[in-house]
Design a protein around this ligand. Structure first.
Ligand SMILES: *[C@@H]1O[C@H](CO)[C@@H](O)[C@H](O)[C@H]1NC(C)=O
Ligand SMILES: *[C@@H]1O[C@H](CO)[C@@H](O)[C@H](O)[C@H]1NC(C)=O
Ligand SMILES: *[C@@H]1O[C@H](CO)[C@@H](O)[C@H](O)[C@H]1NC(C)=O
Ligand SMILES: *[C@@H]1O[C@H](CO)[C@@H](O)[C@H](O)[C@H]1NC(C)=O
Ligand SMILES: *[C@@H]1O[C@H](CO)[C@@H](O)[C@H](O)[C@H]1NC(C)=O
Ligand SMILES: *[C@@H]1O[C@H](CO)[C@@H](O)[C@H](O)[C@H]1NC(C)=O
Ligand SMILES: *[C@@H]1O[C@H](CO)[C@@H](O)[C@H](O)[C@H]1NC(C)=O
Ligand SMILES: *[C@@H]1O[C@H](CO)[C@@H](O)[C@H](O)[C@H]1NC(C)=O
Ligand SMILES: *[C@@H]1O[C@H](CO)[C@@H](O)[C@H](O)[C@H]1NC(C)=O
Ligand SMILES: *[C@@H]1O[C@H](CO)[C@@H](O)[C@H](O)[C@H]1NC(C)=O
Ligand SMILES: *[C@@H]1O[C@H](CO)[C@@H](O)[C@H](O)[C@H]1NC(C)=O
Ligand SMILES: *[C@@H]1O[C@H](CO)[C@@H](O)[C@H](O)[C@H]1NC(C)=O
Length: 367
């Protein structure tokens, strides 16, 4: 190799070096993901990736710094941050910092740069806003079909997952805020409990509901009022029943041609009652579980002296031995079960009507 070619080589390489320096100066980039101020949860493992176009990558936590390059590839610790070199190829250096988030990094800043000289460097920063875990504060159960409950909750922060229990059994663990639960056909009382689990894996709070997953529970009462009208009253056995009724139908044979909607109204007065007629009434209330049916009969006896009609509504608890009315036979039926709740009910009934009604009960029990 001659002296002149050596000089040319040196010249070329210094030109190349200047070019590379110029290139890196012009196009060097530092990309930090995430960057700026980020909200992070206690116990969460947060990863921050820095990508530098250049040959050196420097992490700085404000107290100390660590650099990565082709000559410096060993993982390092910087305060609570664990730093690893991902790659150093084709003029880019990529590194990841991971931290087990705790209050110690609250409001602290981590910086990624392309040179050791802070002031002349290109840099990006991330600041941490550490949040505590807050368990859910709102909880709700709704029936969406005859075998499915929608369990939903809200008001939580920095919760990693929720453990959902029904009747004490963990049926799902989810990071979402709701769950469709299949009851497998079970009805009745279902205990639903949801546990909030933080990023350390600890249960930090729970809410529970005892959900009554039943068909609608109600009674029907029929009376003849003093002015010769038939009054039908639908009475809920519980306030605020769930699942809510989807429909309610009232039919009174020989009084109404078609069924009457009783979803919002619960008291019906029929004035076109005829003496001596047995009126059969049926109330059907349907919710997502199934339809509940209550029916019965009411008789307006025509042999009553007209003035005795008055006490039927007012003196049901009195000791009159003879009166014009009234008795209701109430029976509940459903596709799956039949039970006779109640019969009877009044001390203002003449003996043969009692016989008639008892017969009705017996007949209806037999069928
Ligand atoms: C900052 O983060 C956002 C996403 O959070 C990203 O789109 C953007 O490129 C980042 N900026 C820099 C300069 O790294
Ligand atoms: C780093 O940045 C370069 C240039 O912006 C890009 O080509 C490369 O895919 C990035 N690498 C990673 C791991 O993000
Ligand atoms: C910087 O790091 C060294 C070694 O890792 C440590 O001994 C020193 O205490 C750190 N300095 C500060 C200010 O945290
Ligand atoms: C920097 O050092 C001080 C004193 O050692 C310490 O209190 C602080 O937490 C450190 N900052 C970081 C980001 O590690
Ligand atoms: C570097 O770049 C060259 C050409 O652009 C490509 O063939 C090679 O696969 C790259 N190396 C890596 C590790 O990405
Ligand atoms: C994060 O820190 C907590 C408390 O110091 C510790 O119990 C947990 O094991 C750590 N998690 C990881 C993944 O290092
Ligand atoms: C982090 O600092 C902010 C601002 O000082 C404060 O409101 C917040 O409660 C702190 N977080 C934790 C987890 O202590
Ligand atoms: C938990 O719920 C999700 C969403 O409804 C479902 O995809 C998953 O299969 C369920 N897991 C179990 C164990 O039931
Ligand atoms: C939960 O338990 C109640 C009685 O304790 C039972 O009636 C109900 O069917 C059970 N529900 C499920 C989904 O197992
Ligand atoms: C009641 O209705 C039935 C069938 O709808 C009918 O056969 C019967 O005659 C009616 N009774 C009276 C008293 O109107
Ligand atoms: C009886 O009265 C009700 C309303 O009070 C009405 O809907 C029904 O059609 C009447 N029935 C007859 C047979 O007139
Ligand atoms: C009323 O009900 C009784 C017994 O439930 C039945 O025998 C009778 O036929 C019914 N009457 C009408 C008009 O539906």
């Amino acid at each position: 190799m001659s002296a002149s070619t050596g000089r040319e080589m040196r010249f070329l390489s210094s030109l190349l070096f200047a070019y590379c320096l110029c290139l890196s100066f012009v196009s060097s980039q530092v990309t930090l993901l995430p960057n700026d101020t980020v909200s992070v949860c206690e116990g969460e493992i947060q990863a921050i990736t820095c990508n530098v176009t250049g040959s050196v990558l420097i992490w700085d936590d404000g107290n100390n710094s660590t650099s990565f390059s082709s000559g410096n590839t060993i993982p390092a610790e910087l305060g609570p941050f664990h730093l690893v070199l991902l790659s150093h190829n084709n003029g880019t250096v990529v590194s990841v910092a991971t931290v087990n988030v705790s209050t110690s990094i609250n409001e602290s800043t981590l910086e990624c740069r392309n040179t050791g000289f802070k002031n002349s460097s290109i840099r990006q920063q991330i600041s941490f806003n550490v949040k505590h875990s807050v368990p859910m504060t709102y909880f709700k159960v709704d029936a969406v079909s005859s075998d499915t409950l929608l369990i939903s909750w809200a008001g939580a922060d920095c919760i990693q997952s929720y453990d959902v229990f029904t009747n004490g059994t963990n049926v799902n663990t989810t990071s979402g805020m709701s769950l469709l639960y299949n009851t497998g056909g079970a009805i009745g009382s279902i205990d639903v409990l949801v546990n909030s689990v933080d990023y350390y894996g600890s249960a930090v709070g729970n809410l529970s509901i005892q959900y009554q997953f039943n068909k609608y529970d109600f009674e029907v009462e029929a009376i003849i009022s003093d002015n010769m009208s038939l009054v039908i009253i639908i009475k809920d056995n519980y306030i605020n029943q769930q699942p809510a009724p989807l429909s309610c139908e009232l039919t009174v044979a020989n009084l109404t041609q078609s069924s009457v909607d009783c979803l919002s109204k619960r008291l019906f007065v029929f004035t076109n009652v005829t003496e001596g007629v047995v009126y059969n009434y049926t109330v059907t209330i349907t919710n997502v579980v199934e339809s509940a049916v209550k029916n019965g009969s009411i008789v307006l006896e025509q042999t009553c002296p007209s003035q005795t009609r008055y006490f039927c509504s007012t003196l049901l608890a009195s000791d009159f031995q003879e009166s014009c009315i009234t008795s209701t036979t109430s029976q509940s039926t459903s596709p799956s079960q039949t039970n006779t709740n109640e019969s009877g009910g009044s001390n203002c009934v003449i003996p043969w009507i009692v016989g008639l009604i008892t017969g009705t009960v017996v007949v209806s029990l037999l069928i």
